[in-house]
Design a protein around this ligand. Structure first.
Ligand code: SAH
Length: 567
C-alpha cells in the first residue's frame, strides 16, 4: 500500500489526483502531518509526501531502520513539478515510484541514486537474492574499475558493465554454491533460482523435520538455500502440512506432479514404500527431476532425534536458467512509435542482435555492458542463428527488426531455429502498413492484405497468384518491398492485375520513410501512379472499389452498405 500525506490545499489537490488514479494502491493519511507520516511509515510499503523535502527528512529521520525493509519515500513539491525519490531508492522502490508518480502528475522524476544516474541496474534490483559486498562492487562499477563476472550456472542476466579477463579485485559471481573461504577482494554473490528440491513425507511429518532435512542436504552439498526455486512433490502430498509449511518458510512455491508422471521419471533410488503409499516408486527424486536437470543430492532421509523411522525424504536437482530470446519490433522509425515494452526488452537484454542500421536507431537506449552483434544487409539467417545460439548459452538476447519483427522480418527465421530449451518473448511493433495508413488517412478501414513484391525468396508465380486473388476479392493491398534497382517490373505488373478489377481512379497511397526524418507521402490513382517514384523505403497501398479520396485523405469505408445506412 502507498500512503499519501499532504499539508496544504495544493498538496491535497495533487494527492487527490494520485488517489483517484490509483484507488486500489493508495491510502490517504489525514491529520497532523507528523502523526500521519509516522503512521504511514509503519503501515505502508511506500509513501508519497506532498511536502518539502526538508520537512520530510526531519519527520522520517527518527523512523529509519534498515534500507532493505524501510518503506521508500517520495516527495512532491508544492507546485507539483518534481517527484523526488528521497529514501529507499532501490530496496524501498522509491526510484520506480518517483517515475510513476511523475507520469501521473505530469512532473519530473528526480532520482539521485548513482547507479540509476549512470544507467547501471543496481545489483540489488536484478530480481535475484544478493549477498556480499554490494556497496563495494557497485562503487567499482560506477568508478569504471574492472569487475569480473563469473557465471557458474547460466542465468539470463541483464547487461552489467563487467570486464573480460582478470583476475580482478572485484568479482560478481553468479552461483548457487555456498561461498568458499573469504575472498581476498570484494565479491558479490548473485543467487539464481536454479535448485529444485524434491520432497516426500509420511502423513503428519513435522515441518521442522522436513525443513531441517532440506537445509541439511543443501548445506552438506555446499549449496545456497537462496538459490532454491521451488519444492516439488507428488499431488497426493499437495496439502501435507509439514511440506506446505517448509515451502512457506523457504519462501518458495510448492509444485506437485501426478503419481503416474513421477512413476515415469527414471531415478537412481526407487523403493517400494512410496509405490504402495502413493503409486510411484520415487517421490523426492522423481519430483525434483520431473522437468529435467542434474541430480546433485540423491534421495536422503531425515534423522529423528528420538531414533524413530524417518518421516521425510528429499533430493536436490540443478536446473540451469533458460536463456531468453526477445524478438523486438522497433516500429517504423520515430522514437515515440517505439513501444515502452520494446524499450524495456532492449534494456533487459545483455546481447543485442540486429541489422546495423536498426541498431543505430536505438543505440542510445542500450545499457552500458550490452554486447552488440550487428551485421550488414542480407545475413538474415546468420543473424537468426546467432541470436538463438546466444540464448541457448543462457543469455538474455534481443533480436531486433524494424516495424514489427514478425512481418517480413527476423521472427520466423529465428523461431524456425529455436528449440524449446529457451524462452521466447515477442514484442509487437508498428508495421509499415499501419504507419503509412495513419499518414494517408484511413485506407485500411475494411479487409486488407500485405503482399511483398520481393521475389528473392518467393517465386513470382506465387506472388502473382496472391495479387490476383486480392484483386478478385476486392481487398485493399499494401505492397512491401515494392521496387528496387534490380526489381523494377514487378510493381507495374501487380498494379496492372489490380487494374483489371478496379477503376483507373482507384486511390493509391505512396508513403516513403514513414515516421522518419525524410518522410514523404502522396495520394494518387491506379492510372496515374509513376512506379519510378517508388523505392525500397516505400510502401504502396491500393484502395478497393469503395475507397475514396476525401479532403485529400484516403478513406476506405467500413463496409459497402454501412455508410449508406448511416445517411
Ligand atoms: N518488418 C518491417 C517490414 C520489413 S520488409 C515492418 O513491419 O514494417 C521492408 C519493407 O518494409 C520496405 O521495403 C518497405 O516497403 C517497408 N517499410 C519498412 N519501413 C518503412 C517505413 N518507415 N516507411 C515506408 N516503408 C517502410
Amino acid at each position: 500500500m502507498i500512503g499519501l500525506i499532504s499539508a496544504t490545499a495544493a498538496g491535497a489537490a495533487a494527492r487527490d489526483r494520485l488517489a483517484a488514479a490509483w484507488p486500489e494502491r493508495t491510502r490517504v493519511y489525514d491529520g497532523p502531518v507528523g502523526d500521519a507520516v509516522r503512521r504511514a511509515f509503519g503501515e505502508c510499503d511506500r509513501l508519497v509526501c506532498f511536502l518539502a523535502t526538508g520537512a520530510v527528512v526531519r519527520l522520517v529521520a527518527p523512523l529509519l531502520g534498515d534500507k532493505t525493509s524501510d518503506p521508500g519515500v517520495v516527495c512532491v513539491d508544492e507546485a507539483g513539478r518534481f517527484a523526488v525519490s528521497l529514501v529507499g531508492g532501490h530496496g524501498g522502490g522509491a526510484n520506480a515510484l518517483a517515475r510513476e508518480v511523475a507520469e501521473v502528475l505530469g512532473a519530473e522524476p528526480v532520482v539521485t541514486t548513482a547507479t540509476d544516474a549512470v544507467d547501471l541496474p543496481g545489483l540489488d534490483t536484478l530480481g535475484l537474492p544478493v549477498e556480499g559486498d554490494v556497496a563495494g562492487v557497485t562503487r567499482a562499477l560506477l568508478d569504471g574499475e574492472p569487475v569480473a563476472l563469473e557465471t557458474e550456472v547460466s542465468w539470463p542476466l541483464p547487461p552489467l558493465p563487467v570486464t573480460d579477463g582478470g583476475p580482478y579485485a572485484h568479482v560478481i559471481r553468479l552461483t548457487d554454491r555456498l561461498a568458499g573461504p573469504a575472498p581476498a577482494g570484494r565479491e558479490v554473490l548473485l543467487r539464481p533460482p536454479t535448485l529444485v528440491v524434491g520432497v516426500g513425507a509420511s502423513k503428519d511429518a513435522p515441518a521442522d523435520e522436513v525443513l531441517g532435512l532440506v537445509e541439511g542436504a543443501l548445506r552438506d552439498a555446499g549449496l545456497s538455500v537462496h538459490s532454491v526455486a521451488e519444492l516439488a512433490t507428488v499431488d497426493a502430498k499437495a496439502d501435507e502440512p509439514g511440506i506446505v509449511a517448509a515451502a512457506e518458510r523457504l519462501g518458495v512455491p510448492l509444485v506437485t506432479y501426478g503419481a503416474e508422471e513421477l512413476a515415469r521419471v527414471s531415478v537412481p533410488n526407487p523403493s517400494d514404500a512410496p509405490l504402495a503409499a502413493v503409486g510411484t516408486p520415487s517421490v523426492a527424486e522423481a519430483a525434483a527431476l520431473a522437468r529435467g536437470g542434474e541430480l546433485l543430492v540423491p534421495k536422503r532421509k531425515s534423522e529423528r532425534p528420538d531414533g524413530r523411522p524417518a518421516m521425510a525424504t528429499c533430493a536436490v536437482v540443478r536446473r540451469p536458467g533458460r536463456g531468453r530470446l526477445a524478438v523486438v519490433g522497433l516500429g517504423p522509425g520515430a522514437r515515440d512509435l517505439l513501444t515502452p515494452r520494446a524499450t524495456a526488452e532492449l534494456r533487459r537484454a545483455s546481447v543485442l542482435v540486429g541489422l546495423d542500421q536498426y541498431v543505430d536507431q536505438i543505440r542510445d537506449l542500450l545499457r552500458p555492458g550490452t554486447r552488440i552483434l550487428e551485421s550488414g544487409l542480407g545475413a538474415e539467417e546468420e543473424r537468426a542463428r546467432t541470436a538463438v545460439a546466444e540464448a541457448r548459452k543462457g543469455h538474455a538476447v534481443a533480436l531486433i527488426g524494424s516495424g514489427d519483427a514478425g512481418v517480413y522480418a527476423m521472427a520466423s527465421p529465428a523461431l524456425a531455429e529455436a528449440s524449446d530449451d529457451i524462452d521466447v518473448v515477442g514484442v509487437p511493433g508498428v508495421t509499415a502498413a499501419l504507419a503509412a495508413g495513419a499518414i494517408l488517412g484511413a485506407p485500411l478501414g475494411h479487409d486488407h492484405v500485405s503482399i511483398s513484391l520481393s521475389d528473392l525468396h518467393t517465386p513470382w508465380e506465387v506472388i502473382e497468384r496472391r495479387v490476383r486473388a486480392a484483386a478478385e476479392a476486392d481487398i485493399v493491398v499494401t505492397f512491401y518491398n515494392p521496387r528496387s534497382r534490380g526489381r523494377d517490373w514487378q510493381l507495374p505488373k501487380a498494379l496492372a492485375i489490380l487494374a483489371e478489377h478496379r477503376e483507373p481512379t482507384t486511390p493509391v497511397g505512396v508513403v516513403r520513410n514513414a515516421s522518419r526524418a525524410d518522410e514523404s507521402s502522396r495520394l494518387t490513382t491506379l492510372a496515374a501512379l509513376d512506379p519510378a517514384t517508388v523505392d525500397m523505403m516505400t510502401v504502396v497501398t491500393v484502395g478497393n472499389t469503395a475507397t475514396r479520396e476525401i479532403a485529400g485523405r484516403m478513406v476506405t469505408p467500413r463496409g459497402y452498405r454501412w455508410q449508406e445506412e448511416a445517411k
